[in-house]
Design a protein around this ligand. Structure first.
Ligand code: ADP
Ligand code: TRP
Length: 321
């Protein structure tokens, strides 16, 4: 089964990205044909500082490898290194009814927030369709927020196939219902855009500051507490086995436990959990050329499939002569 997904390098990766997407992708490489890429072209819709985007792209790739993605066992590349994706995007725009894009929530939300949208934001889902269809992906694991974009990809593929015969594999979404949304330090969904993240790789002092600022209610140490409505408890769960989770639940309900104590534990948990990966990342960052080389090789591997697809597409639409 060919599985494909991408992640935008629009800022440092956080616990939500890791538990919601990256860890799952790393597991897939064991038993599936995995295609995974850094979506730097998508990030351009929100990042306009070129130097920052370039740095974040390399950092994102390094982070993924440090966390266990193995470029020997999957195909891992930077989106813009396979130029065919831009050509396919243009071709697909001609199979994308305007109304399909006008209905996309992510676009409508931005407009509702008063952001003056450029066309890049509008055709974002077409670029995403090109990512998916170029590599003939069978399954695409995404968060709930991307479900509609997957439907757009399927619609475009069906429209194209309808016109020209079977060219594209119709991708199936895999919506991760079982992965709970990781809360940020303010209790909303952890997200780069809400400024409430706990980064995977950060200095311990900075990590401590973040963990200590996790918002809780103002119950005293003695008072019993509600584990089911507590961000801190939800974050603790990510790092512990069921038995320990049950233990903490009991302590919450009994009272006599302060949030400060749980925060101290969580700080150590996060620090310990990522310790080996932190070392690996440091090593890789000292050898950036090696990472660049891995990414170039990944792009070559991805391109072999892309070129095959584009041969067919170009012939069908008549841009070969
Ligand atoms: P952000 O909201 O920080 O910009 P993205 O939208 O780029 O994050 O998400 C990248 C991936 O990480 C997606 O697959 C998304 O589902 C996952 N993800 C992001 N935030 C969370 C979260 N708080 N909980 C679970 N998964 C998340
Ligand atoms: N839009 C996705 C996100 O923000 C990232 C992405 C780009 C993607 N292209 C993709 C995900 C193709 C899956 C398949 O999370």
């Amino acid at each position: 089964m060919r599985i494909l997904s991408g992640i935008q390098p629009s800022g440092a990766f956080h616990l939500g990205n890791y538990f919601g997407m990256m860890r799952k992708m790393i597991e897939y490489q064991e038993n599936h044909e995995l295609f995974c890429f850094i979506a730097n072209l998508h990030a351009m819709t929100t990042v306009s500082d070129g130097q920052y985007l370039a740095e974040q792209t390399l950092d994102a790739a390094t982070t993924f490898i440090a966390l266990g993605l193995d470029p020997e066992r999957c195909t891992f590349w930077v989106q813009s290194d396979v130029k065919e994706v831009s050509l396919l995007t243009w071709i697909l725009t001609n199979f994308t009814p305007l109304g399909l894009l006008e209905r996309c929530h992510s676009f409508k939300d931005k407009v509702a927030k008063g952001i003056s949208p450029h066309s890049g934001l509008f055709i974002y889902p077409v670029l995403m369709a090109a990512d998916i269809l170029l590599y003939q992906s069978e399954k695409v694991p995404v968060g709930k927020d991307q479900k509609q974009h997957l439907e757009v990809s399927r619609d475009i593929a069906l429209k194209f196939n309808n016109e020209y015969g079977q060219v594209f594999q119709i991708p199936e979404p895999e919506i991760n219902e079982d992965v709970a949304v990781v809360p940020g330090i303010d209790g909303q969904k952890m997200s780069k855009s809400y400024n409430n993240t706990i980064e995977i790789f950060t200095e311990k002092k900075q990590l401590k500051k973040k963990v200590m600022s996790i918002v809780t209610d103002s119950k005293t140490v003695e008072e019993p507490k509600d584990p089911d409505n507590c961000n801190l408890f939800a974050l603790y769960n990510l790092f512990h086995q069921q038995e320990e989770i049950d233990g903490l639940r009991k302590k919450y309900l009994a009272g006599g436990l302060g949030y400060g104590e749980v925060k101290k534990q969580l700080l150590e948990d996060i620090w310990e959990y990522f310790a080996p990966y932190r070392e690996k990342k440091k090593e890789l960052m000292e050898n950036k050329d090696k990472v660049r080389e891995i990414l170039k090789e990944g792009a070559e591997k991805a391109r072999t499939i892309a070129v095959e697809t584009m041969k067919q597409v170009s012939q069908k639409v008549g841009i070969t002569y």
